[in-house]
Design a protein around this ligand. Sequence first.
Ligand code: PLP
Length: 394
Amino acid sequence: MLNQTNVNLGKTRSTIRELFEYGKRRKAEIGAENVFDFSIGNPSVPAPPEINGALSEILRETDPVELHGYTSAQGGVGVRKAVADYTNARFSTSLSPDCIYMTCGASGSLTVTLNALVNGGDEVIAFAPYFPEYKIFAEHAGAVFRTADCEDKTFQIDFKKLEEALSPRTKAVIVNSPNNPSGAVYTENTIEKLAGILEKHCAKTGNPVYVIADEPYRELVYDGVKVPFIMNYYARSIVCYSYSKSLSLPGERIGYVAVNNAMPEYKDVYAGICGAGRALGFVCAPALFQKLIERVYDKTSDISVYKRNRDMLYSALTEYGYEAVKPDGAFYMFVKAPGGCSHSFAERAKEYELLVVDGTDFGCAGYVRVSYCVSTQTIKRALPAFKALAESYK
Ligand code: PLP
């Protein structure tokens, strides 16, 4: 008998991937330019120009054996020091390289972190809407996955819902800001309140609750919006970072976990992360890209295209009568499905060659996600289809 959970996971695609595959077939049938594919979060801007330059330097300057060799399991000390120093300079923390574990992107970061923290039956809470893989990662680590809805009008945390979801078995709360799929950035007030509630809960139950801050979109914010840094508000915090979106390197699989050394047990938490990495075989993140990050840790792709896309899409969609909260970050807009049923709306959208993702998998039926990490030209050309689709509901 095989492990049926994994067999089933392998046989079924996520709604996002299913739609992405449908898009590929449809583009082959009618031409890529006739399909408006807002399905997937693949950055549409190239990596910054410094990336290729730094890669060339590394190829030229590194000893050829060391170039592709193993690094330490947790990552080379050079890149971990660069990440720790940069974080300290930006956020006034005092992390050392031994707080940093290099990983294959945010997925790797989340997986090792959850496996480090969770004992079978512990509960992990995510705020809906949430990135659907959280459920899979948490359950695979042995956790019971629980959700707490956000506020409808703002997509900030609904604290009443959080209090209902907390229990003596709560081990971790996953926070994703800027958020996929809502684009919301949690305000300082939200983060302070969250920290206060969790501290009170820990004091009451005697069990520590960790905040796992999943931050692949940290640098993708618009109009000067600030993303509060969790370690400045809550000691038992662990940051799961990825360069997939900020440097447009999703295929290269590079990111890190940073453990807040303000928590008394941080050395054990870090050891747990190294141990989970070892147990899962998630050691020595791609060596070439570790070397790259050591040189370009402070760079970000040109995100002006995403801002232009957001502004154009938001103003047109709201003019056509759609309801959406204006996203402050990431490259997603979460739009209320006219007619109420997001599944039938996403299906009807296909008739207009618009590919938008049903929000049900994000724990938020009734909404669809529009990924605007596409060319501005695609947005312009898709607007008449969005308009006609809205009119079909009138
Ligand atoms: N977390 C969120 C919220 C995401 O949107 C994604 C990818 O889209 C990930 C994690 C996974 O990121 P990575 O490609 O770095 O593993």
